[in-house]
Design a protein. Structure first.
Ligand SMILES: Cc1cc2nc3c(=O)[nH]c(=O)nc-3n(C[C@H](O)[C@H](O)[C@H](O)COP(=O)(O)OP(=O)(O)OC[C@H]3O[C@@H](n4cnc5c(N)ncnc54)[C@H](O)[C@@H]3O)c2cc1C
Length: 410
C-alpha cells in the first residue's frame, strides 16, 4: 500500500482513529475550524479495535455511580449520538433493554441500579414483575426486571466513518498505517515519532485505547494505571432462533466489577449475540484466543496490580476460563434467564478486547480517566460505555485541554 508523507508540523496531533480520537478531532475543528490537525492511526483502517468490536449498544446511563464521569458523559453522550445519527442518516434502533433479577437475593442490587438510573436522569425507566417481563420478553425468566425502553443499538463503525468524513472535509489529515512510537515534549512543542518520520505538534491528545498507557509513559506520564487486556468473546444465535429475544437482555451484574455479565444483544445487522465474556489474555489484540504477544504478556504480568486482581477475582477467572473452554458453559450462563436457549442454537461469534485500566493497588478502574502532561492529554481508561459517550467525552476533553493548555477558544 502506498503511504503518503505526513505533515512535518501540525497544531494538534491526535493519536488513535477509534471513535474517541475521531470525536475529539471533530470537536477541536468545530471550535477552531482553522486548526491544522493530524490523526495518527497504527492500523490500515479506522475503527479497527474496540470501536469495531463491541456490543453496539447505546447505553442509557443506568449502571454508573451518580457523581461519576461515566454517569454524566453517558447520558449526555447518548443524546448527542442520537442527534449525530439523525444528521448523518445512520440507523439506530431504540429496541429497549431489560436487566433481569433471577432470584430474590438479586433484588437489592436491582434496586440500586434503579436508584442510580433515576439519579442519572435516565428516561422511561420502569420496574417489571414477572408478568410485565413476559409481556416485553416472553422467552425470558426472572423474579423482577428493570426496563429501559430508551436503550438502543447502533453501528459504531458507521458512526466512526461519518466522523472521519466530517473531519477530513474540514481539512484534517487521517494518517492510517502510521503508528506513533513515542511522544516527547520539547519546549513549546511535542515531537511525535511515527512510522513515516516525525511531526512537531503544538498539542497532542492521545486516544490510543489498548496501547494508551505505553504512549502516556513515553511522554513522562505516570505508569499507573496500566492497560490489561480483557477479551470479550461472543456466541451468535442461528438466524432461525433470533426471535428468542425482542430487545436486549442483561443479568444483574456484580457491582464490584466493571463488566456487565453475559447478555443477549440484537445488532442493527439483525444478528443476535450472546456475550461478551471477560477473560484476561496475553495480547492487546488477542482476537484469536491463543494469540500471545510477549511484550504485552510481560507488561501484564510484571504489573503489581495484575497479581492483586488475580488473587481477588480468581473464582471469576476460573468461571471465565470455563466460558472460553466450553460452549456449553457459555450457553448455560445465558440460559439462566433465557431458558429456551439450547446448545445448538449458537455458533461461535466475534470477539473484542477491552482496554481495561488496572491500578497498581489492584483495582479494575471503573470510571473514565484522563490525565495531562504539559502539552499532551491522555485518555487512560475509556471502557464501556465509551462508545455511547464519545461525543460528550470529546467535549469534556477539549474543555479540559482548553483549561490545562490555556488554549484560547475562538
Ligand atoms: C467487547 C466490548 C463490548 C463493548 N460494548 C460496548 C457497548 O455496547 N456500548 C458502548 O458504549 N461501549 C462498548 N464498549 C466500549 C467501547 O467500544 C469503547 O469504550 C470505545 O470504542 C473506546 O474507543 P477508543 O477510540 O478509545 O478505542 P479504540 O476503538 O480501541 O481506538 C483506539 C485506536 O488507537 C489506535 N492506536 C493505539 N496506539 C496507537 C499508536 N501508538 N499509534 C497510532 N494509533 C494507535 C488503535 O489502533 C485504535 O484504532 C465495548 C468494548 C468491548 C471491547
Amino acid at each position: 500500500m502506498e503511504h503518503r508523507p505526513v505533515a512535518p508540523a501540525t497544531d494538534v496531533a491526535i493519536v488513535g482513529a477509534g471513535i474517541l480520537g475521531l470525536a475529539v478531532a471533530r470537536e477541536v475543528l468545530r471550535r477552531r475550524p482553522a486548526t491544522r490537525l493530524t490523526v495518527f492511526e497504527r492500523e490500515p483502517e479506522i475503527a479497527t479495535h474496540q470501536t469495531g468490536h463491541n456490543s453496539g449498544v447505546v447505553h442509557a446511563g443506568i449502571y454508573y455511580l451518580p457523581d461519576s464521569l461515566k454517569a454524566q458523559l453517558c447520558v449526555r453522550g447518548a443524546r448527542a449520538l442520537y442527534r449525530f445519527c439523525e444528521e448523518h442518516r445512520i440507523r439506530f434502533e431504540r429496541c429497549g433493554k431489560v436487566i433481569v433479577a433471577l432470584a430474590e437475593s438479586e433484588l437489592p442490587a436491582l434496586d440500586e441500579l434503579e436508584r442510580r438510573g433515576r439519579a442519572n436522569g435516565v428516561d422511561g425507566l420502569s420496574r417489571l414483575d414477572p408478568a410485565g417481563l413476559a409481556e416485553i420478553e416472553p422467552n425470558v425468566r426472572g423474579v423482577a426486571a428493570l426496563h429501559s425502553p430508551e436503550t438502543a443499538i447502533v453501528d459504531y463503525p458507521a458512526v466512526a466513518a461519518a466522523l472521519a468524513a466530517e473531519i477530513t472535509a474540514a481539512g484534517a489529515e487521517i494518517a492510517t498505517g502510521c503508528g506513533v512510537s513515542a511522544l516527547s515534549e520539547r519546549g513549546s512543542q511535542v515531537l511525535v515519532e511515527h512510522e513515516r518520520g516525525q511531526t512537531c505538534a503544538d498539542r497532542v491528545i492521545a486516544c490510543a485505547g489498548a496501547w494508551s498507557d505505553r504512549l502516556a509513559r513515553s511522554s513522562g506520564a505516570p505508569a499507573d494505571p496500566r492497560i490489561v487486556p480483557f477479551r470479550g468473546a461472543y456466541m451468535r444465535l442461528r438466524p432461525e432462533r433470533r426471535g428468542l429475544v425482542n430487545g436486549l437482555v442483561y443479568p444483574v451484574p456484580n457491582p464490584e466489577l466493571p463488566f456487565l455479565g453475559i447478555h443477549v444483544t440484537r445488532h442493527v445487522s439483525g444478528d443476535v449475540l450472546l456475550g461478551p465474556s471477560a477473560l484476561l489474555v496475553g495480547a492487546r489484540d488477542a482476537y484469536r484466543l491463543r494469540r500471545v504477544n510477549p511484550r504485552d504478556l510481560a507488561e501484564t504480568l510484571v504489573w503489581p496490580g495484575t497479581a492483586r486482581v488475580m488473587r481477588r477475582w480468581w473464582r471469576t477467572g476460573v468461571q471465565e476460563l470455563r466460558f472460553a473452554a466450553s460452549k456449553r458453559a457459555f450457553v448455560e450462563e445465558a440460559a439462566r434467564y433465557v431458558p429456551g436457549l439450547r446448545l445448538d442454537d449458537v455458533v461461535p461469534g466475534p470477539a473484542g478486547i477491552r482496554a481495561q485500566a488496572v491500578s497498581r493497588d489492584g483495582r479494575l478502574v471503573d470510571d473514565f480517566v484522563f490525565s495531562e502532561t504539559s502539552r499532551t492529554l491522555h485518555v487512560r481508561n475509556a471502557p464501556s460505555p465509551g462508545a455511547t459517550s464519545a461525543l460528550a467525552i470529546a467535549e469534556h476533553i477539549v474543555d479540559r485541554a482548553d483549561a490545562v493548555f490555556g488554549w484560547a477558544v475562538t
